[in-house]
Design a protein around this ligand. Structure first.
Ligand SMILES: [Zn+2]
Length: 293
């Protein structure tokens, strides 16, 4: 084989001249695994060879670490269910401080899984995924925390923080009116009554009760949901009959919403109805449907 001339012995990676070493198939395989974006020629100089083998071994180490982290996240995600159940059990046993510890642990797990700072979790983290149901779970956890932190004035700040979080999660959850109902039941015996009263006011404003529509779209930011909320707040709420209807609706709709939640066929049917109904209501009653409900 003709090996004269510098071009034959030029390293195609660093362009320097010198004896070349072949990348054997084993190394090639590890390069493809760990450095898929690198374009490594079949032969390289000794210097490049050394660089590549060290890159491959540190790349493999990184991959192992990343796999371990992912595995850890998967384990945490699975384990969260047990921690949640434990927290709820403690809640029924009235072991409030232990329940709070379990719930905070549950929230911490979600923060680790989604790589967010403490308190940085938002419902958007669960959007567009098979995990949207978790939004309601998180909301129910925050509601329990609101009750737990009500037990002593020392936790006033934590209670307020939990309320803010709760409201942000309820925006995208069909359990808004259910929490509203629970808050109304809780309010007469609450220690921080003013805080709970204010919470109820805000939950009503946020479109609590539109949950059949919310369950249909799994999202409150659609025009149909906003129009139905506006119809309730701007038309129904202004008459005695309308208010009676709203109250009855509160009674029968939680099981209906639950049904809709788990039935894509019902969702499809209701979407058809709402698509026709919403614009009609909007025009007929000249509704105000702002983007930011
Ligand atoms: Zn080289």
């Amino acid at each position: 084989m003709e090996t004269s001339g510098t071009s034959a012995n030029q390293c195609l990676r660093c362009k320097s001249a010198g004896p070349l070493l072949r990348i054997d198939p084993g190394l090639r395989l590890r390069i493809d695994e760990t450095l898929p974006s690198e374009n490594i020629p079949p032969e390289v100089c000794a210097n490049c060879f050394k660089q590549i083998t060290s890159l491959v071994s540190s790349g493999a180490k990184l991959m192992r670490e990343q796999n371990a982290r992912e595995q850890n996240k998967m384990n945490l995600w699975r384990n969260r269910v047990n921690i949640l159940k434990h927290g709820r059990k403690l809640m029924t046993l009235k072991s409030y401080s232990d329940a709070a510890v379990a719930y905070e642990k549950y929230l911490r797990i979600l923060e680790v899984v989604y790589d967010v700072k403490a308190g940085g979790l938002t419902p958007e983290h669960f959007k567009n995924s098979a995990r949207t149901k978790e939004i309601s779970v998180v909301a129910s956890v925050y509601w329990d925390l609101v009750r737990i932190y009500d037990t002593t004035p020392r936790y006033g700040d934590r209670q307020k923080k939990s309320i803010e979080k709760l409201l942000s999660f309820l925006r995208l959850s069909p359990i808004s009116s259910e929490i509203g109902r629970k808050a109304r039941q809780f309010e007469p015996t609450a220690k921080n009554q003013a805080v709970i009263k204010d919470f109820i006011k805000r939950i009503d404003k946020k479109g609590g009760g539109c949950f059949i529509a919310t369950a249909t779209y799994q999202n409150v930011e659609v025009f149909e949901v906003r129009a139905l909320c506006a119809f309730r707040d701007q038309v129904l709420a202004n008459s005695a009959a309308g208010r009676f209807f709203i109250k009855s609706y509160y009674l029968f709709s939680p099981p209906v919403a639950e049904l809709v939640d788990s039935s894509p066929r019902t969702q499809k049917l209701l979407k058809k109805i709402f698509r026709a109904l919403a614009p009609w209501l909007n025009q007929k009653f000249d509704l105000h449907t702002p983007e930011d409900v």
